[in-house]
Write a protein that binds this ligand. Structure first.
Ligand SMILES: C[S@@+](CC[C@H](N)C(=O)[O-])C[C@H]1O[C@@H](n2cnc3c(N)ncnc32)[C@H](O)[C@@H]1O
Length: 226
């Protein structure tokens, strides 16, 4: 049972706006110095969080690729029950320093935090002990066609059959949209929901098998069938 039962979408939208954005001009709601620096459209993100809470089982083990300040990581877990979390970020975002402040507020147990390039051998080595165990992934790191495909090949190695994988910007960023089109043809992912008010949050179910191993072409170039 998730925690959101009594919160309406209008309340979620208000809560998102109150947590503060990364850039008022771009996202349309104020930046707050002690806030979450969210890089999300309130309507779209509220619809996504509502979907997670009302349609998805609580998560036992999650993985976030690309957290920036970590505001999204915190906000989602205020409502959606996530027992354990792994985060991966290259650590170069100008607001990443806020993660130190935000991390203790996140309702989850952090089992692994990797500050490195998600395409590196080091990240893969640290994630592989969790192969087949991740039931909720949010992928919002490298937004290039090649880079996002590399991240999805990595996720396929750690996702549990039936897991939820969410991608951000699959409507607004051309490269991410092209990966979205590739995923529609994938035999291992099924589109579950698609929230498009502005950036595009697409939610996929991993219907592949447990022991998917990536090959060198998947890892180095993002080539292959997703
Ligand atoms: C768009 S921001 C993430 C926003 C965040 N998910 C949110 O909703 O507030 C993208 C993040 O991905 C990180 N990133 C970009 N390329 C990466 C890579 N190759 N490996 C790991 N992290 C990466 C950036 O440093 C940045 O923090």
């Amino acid at each position: 049972m998730n925690s959101l039962t009594a919160v309406s979408k209008a309340e979620l939208i208000e809560a998102i706006r109150n947590c503060g954005s990364d850039n008022e001009e771009y996202f349309g709601y104020p930046v707050k110095e002690d806030g979450l620096f969210l890089q999300q459209d309130p309507e779209e993100f509220a619809s996504f969080v509502e979907y997670l809470v009302t349609k998805c089982p609580p998560s036992e083990l999650s993985c976030e690729v690309g957290i920036a300040a970590g505001g999204n990581t915190k906000f989602v877990r205020d409502y959606y029950d996530v027992k354990k979390t792994i985060i991966v970020d290259i650590g170069l975002h100008p607001q990443h320093f806020n993660w130190k402040r935000i991390k203790p507020q996140v309702k989850t147990e952090f089992v692994l935090e990797v500050i490195d390039d998600s395409h590196s051998a080091n990240v893969r080595k640290q994630l592989l002990p969790y192969a087949g165990q991740i039931d909720y992934a949010f992928v919002d790191g490298d937004h290039t066609y090649k880079g996002l495909r590399q991240d999805i090949f990595l996720m396929k190695e750690v996702l549990k059959p039936g897991a939820i994988m969410t991608l951000h910007d699959t409507a607004a960023v051309e490269d991410c949209h092209n990966v979205y089109l590739d995923l529609l043809k994938s035999k291992d992912f099924e589109l579950q929901a698609n929230f498009i008010s502005r950036f595009g949050i697409s939610v996929w179910k991993f219907v592949g098998t447990k022991n998917v191993t990536s090959n060198m072409f998947n890892r180095r170039f993002g080539w292959g069938n997703l």
